[in-house]
Structure formats: C-alpha cells, structure tokens
Design a protein around this ligand. Structure first.
Ligand code: 6CS
Ligand code: FE
Length: 307
C-alpha cells in the first residue's frame, strides 16, 4: 500500500499486537487468549448459568421470544418506515444492495430511531451484553439488515472482530453482537450461520485495507475475508450451525465468531436489528491495519455506557 500523506497506513504489524491481519501474504490461525464470557458464569442477569456456559463454549446463545408478537409488529412497522424514508435513502448511513436499489442496511439506527434506541437499552438486551462482557458497555455499531426476498445479498464468511480490529481499532475481542430477528429465519432465506467455537481462533486475512474500504465492504466484503483453506479448516473443526427461529428471537454472538449468511432468493425477507456492544474497557483506538478511521456511524467513538 502506498502511504497516503497524513494516513496511518500500516503495512507492518503493530508492535505487540497478537491479532495481526492484512499485513502478510500468508494467512494464519492465532489462538485467542481472552475469555468469551468475561463476567462470571453465575453473574446476576437474565442469562442463566447454562446459557452463559453455552455461550462460552459455542460463542453464541439464542434467546427465543426475546420480543413478544406485539413488539415484533411494532419494529417491523418501524423498519418499513425507515426503509421508505426518502431523506434517509440519500443518507450515507443507508446502504443499498449491490444488485438492486433495495435498502440493504441502515447504520447508526439507534440514533435515528427512538424505538430502536429503547430496545438497545432494554435490560433484556443490554443486561445480557453486560453479563457476557463483565462490564459496562457502549454501542460500537448498530444497523438494521433487510435482506429482502428475491435476491437480498448475503454476507460472506468473516469475523467481525477482524474488521473492527483492523479498521476501527478495537483492541481485543471483548464485544458481543445481538441480532434480533423481525422475520422468521429459515435455513432457506439467508439465516445467520455460525461455526460453533470458532471465536477461540483469530483467522488473519491476506490483502491490505484500501482507502475508504467501507464504501464497498458494506455492500459486499472482500478484504478481511478468510482464505478457502482457513475456512475449510475451521468448518471441519467446528461445523456450521444455522440460527433459525421465529421472529422475535435473538442471537447473541461473540465478535470473533466465524459467521456468514447466504443470499435470499425466496419471497421471504430476513430482517433483523443488529446491535454491537463493546466493553467500555475495550474502547477503540486507531485502526490497527487501515489507512484511516471509518466514519463514526460505522465505528462509534462515543463510549458513554448504555443505561
Ligand atoms: O464492517 C462491519 O462493521 C460490518 N460488516 C459485517 C459483514 N459484519 C459486521 C459489521 O456489521
Ligand atoms: Fe458480520
């Protein structure tokens, strides 16, 4: 990569960083040293000890019926309202599908929608995130994904932490995502797939981060996706679990899980609210392996704890 004046282009590993990525022409599997559950597995909160143990083992835990049917209907109406808001469609925070002009995602949605701000600070959601991370938490990123029917695009295999470390400066994998389904998730309509236990291995990627990578990566990620041999090794070691379930259910998953989802060619959209909680003790610094920071609507810099 040619260093751009004033950029912090990184073509060499940051001193002392265990999770080096996008700086070598050979991939690597690095053992994670941080825990998956930071709080004690008997910590007070809505997760029981068995659920926390499952999360520690698999890197994810499903919560069926987190929202009741009335709440699901309310949030579906809110998603429809946001997707048809002409002003928002022109906003950088709105990402449309590569193959169509359909809305793919809307970022920073907890700041745009009061209804989504409410669920983000609801104890059913943030209380569980604090239990997993063992500290106060702030929102690193929020988005709604529409994955419309008849061709809504998937998300290739990746680790979110690999991107948040390289491009947002997230020091260690002490963040957890909560995906709240607003439609039924079936094996056939692009449900989230996670390799159970994959959060314990950091898969480094080949290929340096180009300037303003987010302008293409949020439509279809290329840089920061693992090589085929690494994906094969991880799938053979961990298997692949499909996060199916009724609308209203939620999946909490570790920032470093290897996950992805397929295209949705069915008539049934697969919409979710996606909230990323980072520990206030893991605030993002400068990108580890990218020339410049991403916009704050993608990687927040406000570390005010969610109350
Ligand atoms: O780049 C990001 O931050 C986003 N990209 C993906 C594919 N998942 C995590 C996150 O929303
Ligand atoms: Fe992701």
């Amino acid at each position: 990569m040619t260093a751009v004046a004033g950029s912090t282009a990184r073509t060499s590993p940051r001193t002392g960083d265990r999770y080096r990525t996008r700086v070598s022409d050979t991939p690597d599997l690095v053992e994670r040293i941080e825990p998956t559950v930071w709080g004690s597995e008997s910590s007070a909160g809505m997760f029981g000890a068995q659920e926390l143990a499952a999360h520690a083992r698999d890197g994810f835990v499903q919560v069926p019926g987190l929202l009741d049917p009335q709440e699901v209907a309310g949030y579906q109406a809110e998603l429809d309202r946001l997707a048809t808001d002409a002003g928002l469609r022109a906003d950088d925070r709105c990402v449309v599908e590569k193959s169509s002009n359909e809305v793919r995602s809307i970022f920073e949605v907890h700041r745009i929608s009061d209804a989504i701000a409410r669920i983000a600070r609801d104890e059913r959601v943030v209380g569980r995130a604090r239990q997993i991370l063992g500290s106060d938490v702030y929102i690193h990123q929020s988005r709604i994904n529409y994955k419309p029917g008849f061709g809504g695009g998937g998300f290739y295999w990746h680790s979110d932490f690999e991107t948040w470390h390289a491009e947002d400066g997230m020091p260690v994998p002490r963040a957890v995502s909560c995906s709240i389904s607003l439609t039924d998730n079936h094996p056939y309509n692009g449900c989230l797939m996670i390799m159970p236990g994959s959060q314990r291995t950091f898969v480094s990627c080949v290929g340096e981060t180009p300037e303003e990578n987010f302008r293409s990566s949020l439509k279809e990620q290329e840089i920061g996706t693992p090589d085929n041999d690494s994906i094969t090794a991880m799938a053979n070691r961990h298997g692949i679990a499909m996060m199916t379930g009724k609308a209203g259910g939620a999946t909490f998953f570790d920032s470093n899980c290897m996950h992805g989802s397929g295209d949705n060619i069915t008539p049934y959209s697969r919409s979710n609210i996606f909230l990323v909680f980072n520990s206030v003790e893991n605030a993002c610094t400068e990108p580890y392996y990218a020339p410049t920071r991403r916009p704050e609507y993608i990687g927040a810099r406000d570390v005010t704890p969610v109350r």
